[in-house]
Design a protein around this ligand. Structure first.
Ligand SMILES: [Zn+2]
Ligand SMILES: [Zn+2]
Ligand SMILES: [Zn+2]
Length: 336
């Protein structure tokens, strides 16, 4: 079952997906990082085990090679335990308990055939290939009329929510625009209306001028510690070019984006001994034409602290590291 339930008080939607509880790793206590690695022979994401995943929807593989066989560089298939899928038996909602079918998609993007590889250690060209696959799947999912918004994410490390250690990202195609995206769209639209410019372009310009929160930059991307960082060492990676949605990233930008993604993940790895990491790409809803004021970006958060009751109870965080300090720790001038 996959359905969406709405809290009538806050207006927040929750995806309920009971099939996902069948995953072998749910509800277990986090494993300490000294836990032994999974044997690649048993890893469903390793080459040779393609039959233990749903059929691939895309793979970068030598021309003429059979789908769902080894030889691929990046491989995409539907999640075996989807959070979003159609629900034929959904009960109708009521005034007090609104609900709807969680129509949509949920895909796994395996970054590399190498069980030990990670985006922080792969070559920039290999990371670029993953980001190119992101764009392809972003466009393909956005073309589905049932999907209102596409969320690309990385969970790295068990404590970040990753259920399998073999490096992979996930794509969620959801039938509504999630609350945080709605907030960002409203804020960006308001700023544009009042100031006549894109808020993200304005932030990039101001940060580059001041420098105190610029961690790295290259010709096409800027990496900053955001002024109101919610979490210690939170980082945003923004394209210099104004683009509402990730689907608009051009071929010439992919290398620069890959360089910055790899740099940020590599710095976390060096500084915090391979911590759990979450990243997500915020993009305009599908059919980006209605949201010309938005500017897509990636937000990256190393999971160095736990959320306590204050955070859970208010959705407001207490950040113990200033973004200016984070910049001094993570920053480099070798890339700028
Ligand atoms: Zn593997
Ligand atoms: Zn912009
Ligand atoms: Zn954002």
């Amino acid at each position: 079952m996959a359905e969406l339930r709405q809290d009538i008080v806050t207006g927040c939607w929750v995806a309920v997906a009971t099939e996902r509880a069948l995953r072998p790793t749910d509800f277990r206590k986090p494993v300490v990082s000294t836990a032994p690695s999974m044997d690649p022979a048993e890893c469903p994401f390793c080459p040779g085990n393609e039959r233990s995943t749903p059929l691939e929807v895309l793979a970068v593989r030598p021309e003429g090679s059979e789908p769902d066989t080894p030889g691929w560089q990046v491989r995409v298939f539907p999640n075996k335990y989807p959070a979003f899928e159609s629900c034929e038996v959904c009960e109708p909602g009521t005034k007090l308990f609104p609900r709807q079918s969680a129509e949509g998609s949920h895909e796994v993007i395996v970054h590399s055939p190498d069980h030990e590889a990670s985006l922080a250690t792969m070559a920039v060209e290999e990371v670029e290939l993953v980001l190119r696959v992101y764009r392809h799947r972003y466009d393909a999912n956005c073309a589905d009329p049932q999907i209102a918004y596409v969320q690309l994410i990385l969970n790295h490390g068990r404590e970040s929510g990753a259920s399998l250690e073999h490096s992979h990202s996930q794509l969620f195609g959801v039938p509504l625009v999630p609350p945080l995206i709605r907030q960002e769209l409203e804020g960006a639209e308001r700023f544009e209306r009042e100031n006549g410019s894109c808020v993200f372009c304005s932030i990039i310009e101001a940060e580059l001028e001041a420098g105190a929160r610029v961690i790295a930059s290259n010709e096409t991307f800027v990496v900053i510690a955001p002024f109101a960082s919610m979490f210690p060492f939170e980082v945003w990676i923004l394209p210099r070019e104004h683009q509402p949605s990730y689907g608009m990233i051009r071929d010439e930008q992919l290398g620069g984006f890959a360089e910055m993604v790899r740099f940020v993940l590599g710095r976390y790895r060096e500084e915090f001994d391979d911590p759990p990491i979450n990243y997500f790409i915020h993009s305009a809803p599908c059919g980006g034409g209605e949201y010309p004021f938005f500017h897509w970006h990636m937000e990256v958060v190393p999971r160095l602290t736990n959320l306590g009751s204050f955070e859970l109870g208010t959705h407001m965080t207490i950040n113990i590291v200033t973004p200016e300090t984070a910049t001094l720790t993570l920053g480099t001038d070798t890339l700028s």
